[in-house]
Design a protein around this ligand. Structure first.
Ligand code: DER
Length: 259
């Protein structure tokens, strides 16, 4: 009950603070917290949201938008002005872990690929997360980095991840709802790769370079290495987003500003 009320409070605060009446294109993430974001938007009343268009980040997100009676448009259906698809004004999404510099682990719900596409298309990305998600360093409370891979490449990617210092990467099972592997909205698999806590740039010293010695990486260095690996389609590490905001409810019950 405390967690659900924390999610709901964070969602209401996020919408109150970051969704403006003038906004037109809004990204809607995936997971359980974003359900409260959609509820908070609907609670604003039809006059508030009737001219807004909502962009989903996967099948669950699309269903949320449709069921709420909000206007739905796919990412590739945005108008193109001067050769550029219009930017989203804001994107609301959940997170599995948020570190001190607002880097995120995402992908607990296996929706990370479209979530990242929508997140980078937005002027402001708002991570809506309850107090459980706040952490000093990524891979502290959420032990694995979710990685979307082409199924054909899975054996080789698993080997590569071990070479990069992940102790026990594994393809995510679809159980209990589906025998065999979890298959994403994009027809891909998810590999969950555990790593020791990911360092921040400020943690680096001449001796600790964050380049994977003993499996210890700095966030952006690991992200770059993973995104260079053939077969990896996208990774559940969101880092260096300008304009990221995080809204969560602290233990003391007061909504906290960015971590
Ligand atoms: O899968 C995802 O990336 C979701 O956004 C997830 O990280 C957050 O899900 P939750 O709101 O149910 O914790």
């Amino acid at each position: 009950a405390l967690v659900e009320s924390a999610k709901k409070a964070a969602a209401i605060q996020a919408v109150d603070e970051h969704l403006l009446p003038s906004h037109r294109y809004i990204g809607i993430g995936s997971g359980s917290t974003v359900v409260y974001v959609v509820e908070a938007i609907v609670a604003k009343g039809v006059d508030f949201y009737k001219n807004m268009v909502f962009i989903p980040t996967g099948s669950q997100s699309k269903g949320l938008i449709r069921t709420a009676g909000l206007t739905l448009a796919n990412l590739d259906e945005r108008p193109v002005v001067n050769g550029r698809p219009v930017q989203l004004d804001v994107c609301f999404d959940g997170a599995d872990e948020v570190d001190a510099e607002l880097n995120l682990i995402k992908g607990g719900g296996a929706c990370l690929f479209q979530e990242k596409l929508v997140a980078i298309a937005a002027k402001t990305f708002v991570a809506v997360a309850d107090y459980r998600k706040q952490s000093p360093r990524l891979c502290t409370t959420w032990k694995n980095i979710p990685i979307e891979v082409l199924p054909l490449s899975a054996p080789d990617v698993l080997l590569r991840l071990q070479a990069l210092g992940s102790p026990a990467p594994a393809v995510r099972s679809g159980l209990p709802s589906k025998a065999g592997e979890c298959v994403t909205d994009n027809g891909m698999w998810i590999i969950d790769a555990p790593f020791p806590p990911l360092l921040l740039p400020s943690d680096l010293t001449p001796e600790v370079d964050g380049l994977g010695k003993g499996g210890v990486w700095e966030v952006s260095k690991l992200a770059d290495e993973l995104l260079r690996t053939p077969g990896i389609v996208e990774i559940g590490l969101f880092h260096g987003f300008n304009g990221t905001q995080a809204v969560g409810l602290g233990r003391e019950g007061q909504a906290q500003k960015p971590v």
